[in-house]
Design a protein around this ligand. Structure first.
Ligand code: PEP
Length: 250
């Protein structure tokens, strides 16, 4: 069975005291069970602290990135062993900011994914088209191309540990959201595409999250779509109340 997931991507925001403050606010607001798994992705320096501070809650702390190599001369990088040693079990791979600002290619992202899965971690694999590709009408090919190059070397068993996040780049941090219909159209397309490689059962069991300016006011109608299994949220996850209000939308 696929799961509803709400993941907050804090990006390069929040120093130590702000990270602790946001976690305290989230914990204060966790007064009921939500119909979704809750994840937060603080910056790397604060993962251990965040992991410890949330260990008495159902919030999972996840990483925003990981190195494709196991260890060695990779200055500035963070390995799966390091993440695993502080309790991190899930990593976001292929966010559009990693692809566009840091030049991460589909090939590199495929390698990162295999390394993370090899360590027994779960991967949130991001994909999404730019505005030009949407306007030119080749957004399906763009996104399925990212999925094919990033994930199609995996086995169906490995794919069980992958969550897909569809994030149209034109909707990230812009305030512009894909309509629920646009999200559903792409998610259904992605699910059928996954089926061609991994089979119906795996495709049906894969959680596909939507990301791009999700907020409390639009979350319910997006999450109501049958192939949308949750959200990857940036800006609105930096406010505990909005994040919890979005979680309430399931
Ligand atoms: C993101 O960066 O993954 C994201 C979806 O950001 P925002 O919610 O701010 O658009």
């Amino acid at each position: 069975m696929r799961k509803n997931i709400l993941a907050g991507n804090w990006k390069m925001n929040c120093d130590l005291s702000q990270t602790q403050g946001l976690i305290t606010d989230l914990k204060t607001g966790l007064v009921k069970d939500f119909n979704c798994e809750l994840m937060i992705a603080p910056s790397h320096p604060f993962l251990y602290n965040a992991f410890n501070s949330t260990s008495d809650t159902l919030i999972e702390v996840v990483a925003q990135n990981v190195c494709e190599a196991q260890n060695g001369a990779y200055t500035g990088e963070i390995s799966v062993d390091m993440l695993d040693s502080i309790g991190i079990k899930t990593v976001i791979i292929g966010h559009s900011e990693r692809r566009d600002t840091y030049g991460e290619t589909n090939e590199l992202l495929a390698a990162k994914t295999k390394t993370a899965l090899g360590k027994g971690m779960r991967v949130i694999f991001c994909c999404g088209e730019h505005l030009e590709q949407r306007k030119a009408g080749n957004y399906f090919e763009t996104v399925t191309g990212q999925i094919e190059k990033g994930l199609f070397d995996l086995t169906a068993k490995q794919m069980e540990q992958v969550v897909v996040a569809y994030e149209p780049v034109w909707a990230i941090g812009t305030g512009e959201t894909a309509s629920p219909e646009q999200a559903q159209e792409m998610h259904a397309h992605l699910r059928s595409f996954l089926e061609t490689k991994f089979g119906k059962e795996t495709a049906n069991n894969t959680s596909i999250l939507y990301g791009g300016s999700v907020k409390p006011s639009n979350a319910s109608e997006i999450f109501a779509k049958p192939d949308v299994d949750g959200g990857l949220v940036g800006g609105a996850s930096l406010d505990a109340q909005s994040f919890l209000d979005i979680a309430n939308a399931f």
